[in-house]
Write a protein that binds this ligand. Structure first.
Ligand code: GRG
Length: 283
């Protein structure tokens, strides 16, 4: 199976699960109806589902069934979706388009977009807390990993440092890596590690997967910078290292990812496909 086929197959599982979950979003009250429409709009407008697919592949590597990890995988996607809605708001990036379509606040309005993001964030923990009551300790560990990765110690922190440093300091490679490890890398790492906890991974497996998730998270951002080369004015790896330098860095990170998977042998073949997909991705 090729990487795009694999991603498509697993992304369909995520889509079906999220669809079955948002069926609960039936509301007749006007304000609530708008809020739910806005949440659904951003959940279903063409995301690649990279993070939840990673959660599924991690679970499968550990012989934990895909269906059982779907609530956690979807929780990660809910957080990712919220972050994009808020990132597009006028007070942040002020973008009118995402994935070739109007951003949430353009399609609805600013307060609806703000609340849709808040609601997606809180729903992510509702998804975890309501679906893993049969393994409470592991659910707590997964929730801890996810909340750490999404909040001030992770994505929100990275976004804050990024915004605060834009006009003040010249961003060097160390600061750029720090920002991206938090802003992009942490959630990708949590999509792997939280899933590994729920799948009852051993301490040794968790350590290897932490390293894998961290390297893949940064590799995802470097690949993004390479794709955006020439389009974006903000600090990036291509700006700091040049296009060829960024490509070599991406190759090095991809090799590190594969090294952390070595112990798993052939069981990690699907995760290796994802590393390869990211190395060559065109969107
Ligand atoms: C607003 C708290 C808060 C955080 C925003 C994620 C983020 C932090 C900002 C988005 C801007 C950006 C380019 C971040 C880098 C991470 C990244 C490449 C996001 C896009 O992820 P994809 O490619 O998106 O997985 P799709 O559209 O496929 O879901």
């Amino acid at each position: 199976m090729t990487a795009p086929e694999l991603i498509k197959e697993k992304a369909q599982l995520v889509d079906s699960y999220i669809k079955s979950f948002v069926i609960n979003y039936e509301a007749s009250e006007m304000g609530l109806k708008g809020l739910y429409e806005s949440m659904k709009y951003s959940l279903f407008n063409g995301g690649k589902r990279f993070r939840p697919v990673l959660s599924i592949l991690t679970a499968e590597l550990l012989d934990y069934p895909a269906e059982k990890i779907l609530p956690y995988a979807s929780a990660v996607e809910f957080i990712h979706t919220y972050s994009l809605i808020h990132d597009d708001l006028p007070c942040m990036d002020d973008d009118d388009e995402r994935r070739g379509q109007p951003t949430n606040h353009i399609k609805f309005n600013e307060w609806t977009a703000l609340l849709a993001g808040d609601a997606l964030l809180t729903e992510s923990f509702y998804l975890i807390n309501s679906n893993y009551l049969d393994q409470p300790e592991l659910a707590l560990r997964a929730g801890l990993e996810l909340s750490r990765s999404a909040g001030p110690r992770g994505m929100v922190g990275g976004q804050a440092i990024d915004l605060a440093s834009q006009d003040e300091v010249k961003i060097d490679e160390d600061l750029l890596t720090h920002i991206h490890n938090l802003k992009t890398g942490a959630l990708i790492r949590a999509s792997v590690v939280g899933s590994a906890y729920l799948a009852q991974a051993s301490a040794e497996e968790i350590a290897l997967l932490k390293n894998f998730g961290e390297k893949l998270g940064l590799a995802f951002q470097v690949a993004d910078d390479i794709l955006d080369h020439g389009e974006d004015e903000s600090a990036s790896y291509t700006q700091l290292l040049g296009l060829d330098g960024a490509k070599s860095f991406l190759e090095k990170l991809s090799k590190d990812c594969e090294d952390s998977l070595k112990t798993f042998g052939d069981r990690a073949k699907d995760l290796k496909l994802i590393v390869d997909y990211n190395l060559n991705r065109d969107k």
